[in-house]
Write a protein of this length. Structure first.
Lengths: 336, 336
DNA sequence: CTGTTAGCGCTTTCAC
DNA sequence: GTGAAAGCGCTAACAG
């Protein structure tokens, strides 16, 4: 059997309570006693029993993290960053993958609560707002990341998608492009909606008409990129630039371009969304609107730690600004 | 406060002990009572308190998972598969990222034990064998995945790297290639060592000399691919095929090829190692030796579940055979 | 500042 | 079959 607090107390010749206080770093304790107990505990190799503590305090030092998958670069970054930061703060993360499925998410949340997570960082499906709110009610802070839950007053850390798409489009516009193809996610998703809106706004501000044929909407899949790029490039008057604001479809777009023997940026300019190591290493290196996954992750952890420290739910939405990273895939039409 | 076993017992008009037995599905209990209790519990929305249970039983229904990072495709797959399977079996996974750092791993293992994980699937750094063995001693089954710990009798699920590299090289040989460049990981790593051995064996069996200039060793990084590919392609008599058995360096190789304007497979054949969605979508689609990350993950979970079910440590090493996936990046020199 | 004490909610002997 | 009761190891009043 492992060494318990009792053993430490006995060895240090104090009561269990004192030992507990010493180890917890309570303020009401003699410094000398404290040092002594800590020393004895270390010598004995004492490790506090997390179950007993949790049973008493209702705090597990566990933090839940749910993401849709680990294929998406942003979610990978989110998982890595959250794991590292949370661990550094003395917590552990329970990772769950929802598959963007509401039913699975429901079950996951339930289990996470069973395991007494102290807090949760979630990329929500959007369908389980009530349950998430119930967690908040049960004093378990919830921070939404990347996606938000409509109508629930949960703290959310989101990307600046509207501005990102707006700035990306303006970049292309500034380079002299007038026909800009957009490949974007479904209109039901926040990011799909916002990125489309950003694109439109930039075009409208430039006094350009919005040609519906230039906008391709589709699921977050490589195949979407294939279909969309083919459709766009087969247009009677094809675009001079493609703004691929649907990250998962990027790889499909790349394939179509290779298959058609199109050279970038001479024949076609390319601007992607959400950076990935692959984009930088591609030749030509691909310019992107970086949505700041690492920054979102960090901010989400910051918020969670605040909340864990007793700060009340602000119900507020935080936005991490996107950033344009110019590489070599966009041609300047103005001064060739 | 949540509803406890006591509440259920009271509502069902039985003792706490009976309620516990009913919910645990104990054999010595009246079927009728059992059904009744289960019903009442469900009606009350009872959820068993995992801390109290764990305090009593020493079992947390938590499984630890440590990987080096989440950038590597194999580790992503490992994490996804383990998470899904373990969850389906009624456990949760605590994810930890070691950064392939021995000190960090040490701390992680300690914390995982503190949290009372029932088992562990680890991609070990190789340096903490004693600690891992201590976990086994403490009845916590440990399954090593992808990497092994030298000299520790831990169950390990590994890739068939020697055979994989051997078969990959033979494939190229069969296509008529005689000068095959190899880009591989450091000789200190098991996979680096084994893949090199497989390459050599295939060459030797074919009665071909091993030209040291054709073998490029380096760390698992994109930059390795850049340096190695440049070195190989600048040779007076450059190779006709590149076998990139250092996954992380693949992207660097791709870049060099694009920069040099080399066309694949006409000018150069390409064979990569460890599949990634990117390889399939690349044009030409890249042939790979797939090391079977998903299969390793599944096997590791299978083994862990067995062990959790009481099966003793076999101390055995399991190998998942690699598989050659032919796509379009290797030219047949024999009948052009 | 320190010790005594009462549980947290559950499982599990041990009687009946 | 079922119930009573004894803790698992810890924290947090409450006294002193």
């Amino acid at each position: 059997m492992a060494v318990t607090l009792r053993d430490v107390a006995r060895a240090a010749d104090v009561s269990v309570a004192t030992a507990s206080r010493a180890l917890a770093g309570s303020s009401l304790i003699n410094h000398v006693t404290q040092r002594h107990v800590v020393q004895v505990a270390a010598a004995l190799g004492y490790r506090t029993n997390t179950f007993a503590r949790a049973l008493k305090t209702k705090s597990s030092r566990l933090v839940g993290l749910t993401v849709h998958n680990l294929d998406n670069a942003s979610f990978q970054v989110l998982a890595s960053v959250v794991q590292a930061r949370v661990q550094a703060a003395g917590y552990q993360v329970i990772l769950s993958i929802s598959g963007d499925d509401a039913a699975q998410e429901k079950e996951i949340l339930r289990t996470l609560v069973d395991h007494g997570v102290d807090g949760l960082i979630a990329v929500p499906t959007g369908a389980n707002g009530a349950q998430l709110l119930a967690m908040e009610h049960a004093e378990i802070p919830v921070i939404c990341a990347v996606r938000r839950v409509e109508g629930a007053s949960l703290e959310s850390v989101l990307a600046g998608d509207l501005d990102g798409a707006y700035n990306g489009t303006r970049h292309l516009l500034g380079l002299g492009h007038r026909r800009i193809g957009l490949i974007v996610g479904p209109g039901e998703t926040t990011s799909g909606k916002e990125r489309l809106a950003g694109y439109r706004r930039a075009l409208q501000e430039a006094g350009l008409p919005i040609d519906p044929a230039l906008v391709q909407t589709g699921r977050y899949l490589p195949a979407t990129g294939v279909a969309a790029a083919n459709a766009l490039l087969s247009l009677p008057e094809p675009p001079t630039a493609l703004f691929v604001a649907n990250h998962e479809s990027s790889v499909g777009v790349l394939r179509v371009i290779a298959e058609r023997g199109i050279s970038v940026p001479q024949d076609l300019s390319l601007l992607f969304y959400e950076d990935s190591p692959w984009f930088e290493w591609q030749r030509p290196a691909i310019s992107v609107v970086d949505s700041g996954a690492a920054e979102m992750a960090n901010l989400a952890v910051d918020r969670l730690m605040q909340r864990l420290g007793g700060v009340a739910n602000s119900g507020r939405e935080y936005r991490v600004g996107s950033r344009l990273i110019e590489r070599a895939s966009c041609l300047n039409l103005s001064n060739p």
